[in-house]
Write a protein that binds this ligand. Structure first.
Ligand SMILES: Nc1nc2c(ncn2[C@@H]2O[C@H](COP(=O)(O)OP(=O)(O)OP(=O)(O)O)[C@@H](O)[C@H]2O)c(=O)[nH]1
Ligand SMILES: [Mg+2]
Length: 181
């Protein structure tokens, strides 16, 4: 039975913990703690070490899902969590002050890993803030030599997150399919 690992990253509140909760086929492990700093103005709890879940694919394959903390003060976990990973899911929160800057920052922080593997981008909270548009994200990505899949996702929706993971897997190996169809 094949086992794979993918990593979810992105800024505070982008929905990494929520996304793994939405698609995991086992009860997810969270390491959320009460937010003590400016994170608190956005939400009550923040990831301090990692999230973990598992997605079962057709044919008995398992995708192990690891989520990073969003806060930069826990960035020592980022490199640790990518070890052995086959791809990166970058979640961006469209309501943040400068989501393009967030995108550049995370693509840069994980550039070595992305260079060795692949990345797919999900933009959350587009129901709250419709701008920037996905088209504008595409324009920002022009000129960088990666062409990731990028689309709107609601991290609370299993189907949305599942499609994003499948886009990532498909860019790696067109043979892998989710058993939910
Ligand atoms: N309205 C709306 N809410 C969303 C969407 N996606 C996620 N959320 C909410 O946004 C919040 C995201 O919180 P988390 O999942 O804790 O975010 P995180 O990325 O793990 O944050 P850190 O661990 O602090 O880095 C949750 O309250 C979700 O319910 C979306 O597309 N629309
Ligand atoms: Mg989290």
């Amino acid at each position: 039975m094949s086992q794979y690992k993918i990593i979810f990253t992105g800024p505070v509140g982008a929905g990494k913990t929520t996304a793994i909760h939405s698609i995991s086929d086992v009860p997810p492990v969270k390491t959320d703690a009460a937010a003590s700093d400016m994170t608190k103005t956005r939400k009550a709890a923040t990831t301090v070490a990692m999230d973990y879940g598992v997605m079962n694919l057709a044919g008995g394959e398992k995708i192990h899902l690891y989520g990073t903390p969003g806060q930069e003060r826990f960035d020592f976990m980022w490199d640790i969590l990518t070890i052995g990973g086959i791809g990166l899911v970058l979640l961006l929160d469209n309501t943040r002050a400068d989501p393009f800057q967030d995108m550049k920052f995370f693509l840069d922080s994980f550039s070595k890993f992305i260079g060795d593997t692949t990345v797919a981008i999900g933009v959350t909270q587009m129901d709250i803030s419709t701008k920037p548009t996905i088209e504008e994200y595409h324009m920002q990505l022009q000129g960088m030599d990666i062409k990731p899949a990028i689309f709107a996702v609601d991290a609370r929706e299993k189907n949305d997150v599942s499609l994003l993971v499948q886009a990532l897997l498909y860019s790696l190996d067109p043979g892998l399919e989710d058993d939910d169809g």
